[in-house]
Design a protein around this ligand. Structure first.
Ligand SMILES: C[S@@+](CC[C@H](N)C(=O)[O-])C[C@H]1O[C@@H](n2cnc3c(N)ncnc32)[C@H](O)[C@@H]1O
Length: 207
């Protein structure tokens, strides 16, 4: 599955950003999209934040407005190079989300935006276990990602997007019950809110 557009969107940053901006119109624009998962969280300049799978810093650029202690992690050196250029204020580490190079209880907040749908099911479980491990007690995991729409008007748009840009992991992901998975990993509370006709889910879970 997926098409050459997927490769191009990672190759050409302007294409990725244009698609993100267009998709974000469904929730009122990119600024709102990037901060939806942070809604209601109490953040300050000392909050230790990990932007997991930070890509080229698309959400990192908003996180640094809340805290001086933001770290972006990604597996792609090219993405990190772009992130450093876009958001020099954050720190960056190249690494795998399923083997986080951090000690236990390091972060107050781990946030990840539109990345988990790229993970295979067993990889997703490992990543969520790692998120739990590196969070401080009562720390928060905040995530925004794809979801099966409840509004039929959004079904063709999401299907087209996934056909053009995604692989089979995205189709598996939208069938996954993320809150159930998080509870099985021992997260204490988990709130899920839906946006854009249900085609986007925001999760906030507490360790
Ligand atoms: C769709 S992009 C999302 C980027 C960014 N968070 C955003 O909101 O646009 C997914 C990112 O996850 C990264 N990634 C994929 N698998 C990874 C893994 N196992 N560990 C760390 N990063 C990974 C990719 O390199 C890519 O930058």
């Amino acid at each position: 599955m997926a098409t050459i557009l997927r490769k191009w969107s990672y190759q050409y940053q302007w294409l990725y950003d244009a698609i993100a901006q267009l998709s974000a119109l469904a929730v009122g624009g990119e600024s709102r999209f990037r901060q939806l998962a942070l809604k209601g969280l109490s953040l300050n300049e000392n909050t230790q934040i990990l932007d997991l799978c930070c890509g080229a810093g698309q959400t990192t650029q908003f996180l640094v407005k809340y805290s001086d202690r933001v770290t972006g992690l990604d597996a792609s050196p090219l993405a990190l190079k772009r992130a450093k250029k876009r958001v020099p204020k954050a720190e960056y580490i190249e690494g795998l989300a399923e083997e986080l190079p951090f000690s236990d209880s390091s972060y107050d907040l781990v946030q990840t935006s539109v990345a988990l749908h790229e993970m295979k099911p067993e990889q997703l479980t490992q990543i969520l276990q790692e998120v739990y491990r590196v969070l401080k007690p009562k720390g928060t995991f905040a995530c925004i990602d794809l979801h099966q729409p409840h509004n039929p008007l959004f079904v063709p748009g999401l299907s087209l997007f996934m056909t053009l840009f995604e692989t089979e992991t995205a189709w598996q992901f939208v069938e996954t019950n993320l809150p159930e998975k998080l509870r099985s990993i021992d997260f204490q509370t988990c709130q899920k809110t839906l946006h854009a006709g249900g085609s986007l889910q925001v999760i906030q879970a507490q360790k």
